[in-house]
Design a binder for this molecule. Structure first.
Ligand code: DGL
Length: 274
């Protein structure tokens, strides 16, 4: 029988933001094989309606299941906040989104109990982070804000610290959170760690920024270890996108840092029946 431990971990996102989770996975789980799918042809998800997001997520998952993965990570705040638990719980392989582990890290980090959440409009409207935080600690104050322009800015490469456009947008979105006095800020979308230095400049040095990719990678490591699924000798990564591979080549090194490399192919995700 095939050794399940040697199957890849499947990771998906609406675009390239989920690569921030892949970078963390490769750092802390260097022996895992990873199959990544970025739905670059249909990004963004976060400004779409719930039915569309759920259909897209189901197609993304169908693709990863076809790749015979042993574990699925929705490295997308929007999908994690929208896909019903009844669906993900019934999948043939274990699945995690980013919300639970990121909320737990924020509860751990806050000193004052005032936590900020930023994400796509769909994530903020779902109140997924509020529910996850309050389930862990009732006496918290939560201030949330949708930041719809951050994803297109990041997907178009507007993320270096000196970028004045992104600074301007960040000041507009984040000043109310800063003035409200949050001491911890959940970057509730996997694209946002790329602009964490800009977000940090606006929020100030005393606000802890919580990275969903990092927290979810740590959770995945614990989950794989506790179910005896850690791969003893893998380490390859392959990437799939639903639009031109050129943008992946152009931008992926920013997301992956030193872990860049691996084949990139284009697929047609629309064809998956769900
Ligand atoms: N990375 C996705 C998220 O975490 C991107 C958002 C989008 O597609 O709108 O929500």
């Amino acid at each position: 029988m095939a050794d399940v431990r040697k199957k890849p971990v499947g990771v998906f996102d609406s675009g390239l933001g989920g690569l921030t989770a892949v970078r963390e996975l490769r750092r802390i789980l260097p022996h895992e094989d990873i199959v990544y799918f970025g739905d670059t042809g249909r990004v963004p998800y976060g400004t779409r309606g719930r039915d569309t997001i759920i259909r897209y997520a189901k197609q993304d998952i169908a693709f990863l299941l076809e790749k015979d993965v042993k574990f699925i990570i929705a490295a997308c705040g929007t999908v994690s906040s929208t896909l019903p638990h009844e669906y993900s719980d019934a999948l043939a392989v274990p699945y995690t989104g980013v919300v639970a582990s990121t909320a737990a890290a924020a509860v751990e980090a806050t000193r004052t109990g005032h936590i900020g959440v930023i994400g796509t409009p769909a994530t903020v409207m779902s109140r997924s982070y509020e529910r996850a935080i309050r389930a862990l600690r009732r006496d918290t104050t939560i201030t949330a804000a949708g930041c719809p322009l951050f994803v297109p800015l990041v997907e178009n490469g507007y993320f270096d610290r000196g970028n004045e456009v992104t600074h301007l947008v960040a000041r507009d979105y984040l000043t109310p959170l800063r003035d409200a006095g949050v001491d911890t800020l959940i970057l509730g979308c996997t694209h946002y760690p790329l602009i964490a230095p800009i977000i940090g400049d606006v929020m100030g040095p005393d606000v802890a920024l919580i990275d969903p990719g990092r927290e979810t990678a740590k959770y995945a490591k614990r989950a794989l270890a506790s179910s005896g699924l850690l791969n003893p000798d893998g380490g390859r990564a392959e990437y799939y996108v639903s639009d031109d591979v050129e943008s992946f080549h152009r931008l992926s090194e920013w997301f992956l840092g030193e872990y860049t490399g691996g084949d990139v192919k284009r697929i047609s995700v629309d064809e998956y029946e769900v």
